[in-house]
Write a new protein. Structure first.
Length: 214
């Protein structure tokens, strides 16, 4: 059986004021989460450094840094919203004192693109679990390639590179895909997002279920 996303008619991808507002709100909210993650990641990395594993300290939390883009895409369902949400979160994170400085903004662009690719594969017509899970793989690949260049991860032992990628992927699946998807679905079912596609789809499903019960 085809999902609702598979049978969607052509829709306008032009942005509306409500889209801009939600992107801005998402950027602000996730910037605080990102900044907090920096401190936690730094602590874990510092604890592992004496054992020569400091570089792995960030990986369990890395998926958190991709959440803004997935959140925006799942709700608004238009191209580019993920990149912009991620960039806004990154810029605000820098302004609030991120220890990595402006380089985080470039990270945000790469990460936003990494998530967007998964939904672009389906031409922004599917926003169910399939592209959401795929986004964890695409953003892990994009972010790690960038990190290899920026931080010379390619100089690490092969086993460490593989462990990094594996942990980052698991983190992305948990935070970027599962938690973000459940959060968006929960907000939609609660009626908070009725002005957006995800809220309207949730409302249509409720109506359908009520008719079935009758």
């Amino acid at each position: 059986m085809l999902s609702r996303e598979d049978t969607m008619e052509k829709k306008s991808f032009s942005w509306k004021l409500k889209d801009v507002l939600l992107i801005a709100i998402a950027g602000v909210l996730f910037s605080f989460l990102y900044l907090g993650t920096v401190y936690v990641g730094s602590a874990i990395s510092a604890a592992l450094t004496p054992k020569g594993l400091g570089v792995l300290g960030w990986e369990p939390l890395y998926g958190i840094y991709f959440m803004a883009s997935t959140f925006a895409i799942l709700i608004i369902q238009k191209p580019g919203v993920g990149i912009v949400a991620e960039v806004i979160a990154s810029v605000l994170e820098v302004l609030m004192g991120n220890s990595f400085g402006p380089s985080v903004i470039l990270n945000g662009i790469i990460q936003g693109l990494g998530v967007e690719v998964a939904f672009a594969i389906f031409r922004y017509k599917r926003f169910d679990w399939t592209p959401t899970i795929i986004s964890a793989f695409t953003v892990t690949a994009a972010s790690y390639i960038y990190d290899c260049i920026a931080y010379q991860y390619y100089l690490n032992p092969v086993w460490m590179i593989l462990v990094q990628i594996l942990i980052r992927l698991v983190s992305a699946i948990i935070f970027t895909s599962v938690i973000t998807k459940l959060l968006c679905n929960g907000l939609a079912k609660a009626g908070v997002l009725n002005a957006y596609p995800i809220g309207q789809q949730a409302g249509s499903k409720k109506d359908y279920e009520v008719k079935d019960e009758e």
